[in-house]
Ligand binder design. Structure first.
Ligand code: NAD
Length: 272
């Protein structure tokens, strides 16, 4: 169910399925989407200062009157907010927009060269001050993590990266697993670009599920946290109805084989 969680390196529970809200640009859309997700039973919301919708997320949470400690809220520090002092300020801005007094997870959105280490120091400070429950990164490849770990006091608890069958980053997943860093997938559905792949359709028939559910179950069986985006209540339900079937190793390998090393988003060394 939607309360199923992974346990992060510091003991914090993180629900395995959350709602992503990227590109929900007007207030009404984001408020309605978050309200309907909370109604369906989602307790984990993934936003970012870059998405410019933290206020809407905050409003929907407030109006839901769900106890704060039952929710898991993530936001991210954007590229032009990085640096030590800048990040401390960006955090306060996000918290205010979200109308929260702490965050569950704060992430560095992209590994801005020359800055992400100072940004990390700010996250460590916020963590030590008890203003958030966990800290992590996004879009870090192994070399970025190695660089960060050189003088980090706290290890990132989460790495959120583009991850879906056509971009099955197995080496990165293994590396994170070995370091105790929870992998989280963005664009877990590959933005719906290849739902008609034969293997997905076959397994959908076999398990009486949709190709979207087959993909999302594939993530869960690889121990990856997912944040599929949808504003539509029926799809939100569909994307959470993943806990009543198990694919076997052979089927998992067939989905793994969809890997093409093709990104939808930017390469972490080439973003701007
Ligand atoms: P996604 O893979 O979640 O795909 C979303 C698309 O699929 C939407 O167009 C939606 O309408 C459609 N969809 C959703 N459920 C469906 C279903 N059951 N059947 C058919 N179509 C369905 O892509 P995403 O939104 O890019 O990624 C999810 C979240 O990840 C974002 O909302 C955001 O929170 C996060 N994200 C993070 C980063 C980062 O750099 N850290 C980058 C991009 C996205």
């Amino acid at each position: 169910s939607l309360t199923e969680a992974v346990t992060l390196a510091n003991g914090l529970k993180m629900p395995k399925v959350g709602l992503g809200v990227y590109k929900m640009e007007n207030d009404e859309e984001v408020i309605n989407a978050v309200k309907s997700a909370l109604d369906v039973g989602y307790r984990h919301i993934d936003t970012a200062s870059f998405y410019d919708n933290e206020e809407g997320v905050g409003k929907a949470i407030k109006e839901s009157s769900i106890p704060r400690d039952e929710l898991f809220v993530t936001t991210k520090v954007w590229n032009d907010e990085q640096g030590y002092e800048e990040t401390l300020q960006a955090f306060e801005r996000s918290l205010k927009k979200l109308e929260l007094d702490y965050l569950d997870l704060y992430l560095i959105h992209w590994p801005v060269p020359g800055k992400f280490k100072d940004t990390w120091k700010a996250l460590e400070k916020l963590y030590q001050d008890g203003k958030l429950k966990a800290i992590g990164v996004c879009n870090f490849m192994e070399h970025h993590l190695e660089e960060l770990l050189e003088d980090a006091v706290e290890k990132p608890m989460v790495n959120q990266v583009e991850f879906h069958p056509e971009l099955y980053q197995k080496d990165l997943a293994d590396y994170c697993y070995q370091k105790g860093i929870q992998l989280e997938a963005w664009a877990p559905l590959g933005r719906g670009r290849y739902f008609d792949a034969a293997i997905l359709k076959q397994l959908a028939v076999k398990y009486d599920k949709t190709p979207a559910q087959i993909i999302l179950r594939w993530h869960l069986q690889h121990d990856v946290v997912i944040i599929p985006k949808s504003s539509n209540k029926e799809r939100q339900k569909e994307n959470a109805d993943l806990f009543d079937f198990d694919m076997n190793d052979d089927e998992m390998k067939k989905i793994d084989a969809l890997h093409k090393n093709e990104r939808i988003g930017k390469h972490p060394d080439e973003f701007d």
